[in-house]
Design a protein around this ligand. Sequence first.
Ligand SMILES: Nc1ncnc2c1ncn2[C@@H]1O[C@H](COP(=O)(O)OP(=O)(O)OP(=O)(O)O)[C@@H](O)[C@H]1O
Length: 213
Amino acid sequence: MSQPVIALYSVRKSYQDVPVLDIPHLELPTGIYWLQGENGAGKTTCMKVTAGLIPFKGEIRLQGTVSSQEHPVQFRRLINYAEAEPFYPAFLTGRDLLELYLNTKGGDRHLIGEIAERMGVHIFVNNPVSTYSSGMLKKLSLLLAFTGNPAVILLDEPLITIDTRTLAILYDLVRTWHAKGVSFLITSHQPLDPEEITLTGTLRVADKNITLN
Ligand SMILES: Nc1ncnc2c1ncn2[C@@H]1O[C@H](COP(=O)(O)OP(=O)(O)OP(=O)(O)O)[C@@H](O)[C@H]1O
């Protein structure tokens, strides 16, 4: 097997001493994965842990060498996360957020501008996020997930609230970025369209553990 893009070692997460995740070992080769599980199973927690956004016990390695414990800054630069229900400070504009992400994560500014135009984000990007509809917020959060030079992009319920035109653009982005070597973990209660993307595998979150099928 090629070098895993993500490897989890003894990853455990509890909220106020209530255990939610207990994953002894999981290795994922580069690919597109559908993260499935019932409500409350721990999918979002798994994404936040994998993105290095919340504390957990154990270790995650990206691309074999970049450790969540030893190289936290490098680790977070390699992984992007789009929340299921994005929330941003109301007074910021989409452009403020985009500039913040581009300045901290880097990446191809021109390419992000192109994606913004394709998604129609450029129309409202100068307005405060307090004026955005839920679909507009979702589009902005998806756009931000493509900033920088990520090895892994985590998309939490990306299909909710976006229109069919944006959905087609998102599927195209996942395909083309995966062809460039980027891996995706996608949670969705609705099945992902097999005519749009070919899944590498399905990850099932149950009983605090994750299994790959
Ligand atoms: N901040 C928190 N504090 C305490 N408990 C939490 C917190 N966030 C999540 N939990 C608990 O952790 C468990 C897993 O929640 P999580 O949001 O990861 O599930 P999920 O699989 O994403 O669910 P859904 O499909 O409903 O979005 C649930 O029992 C939830 O109540």
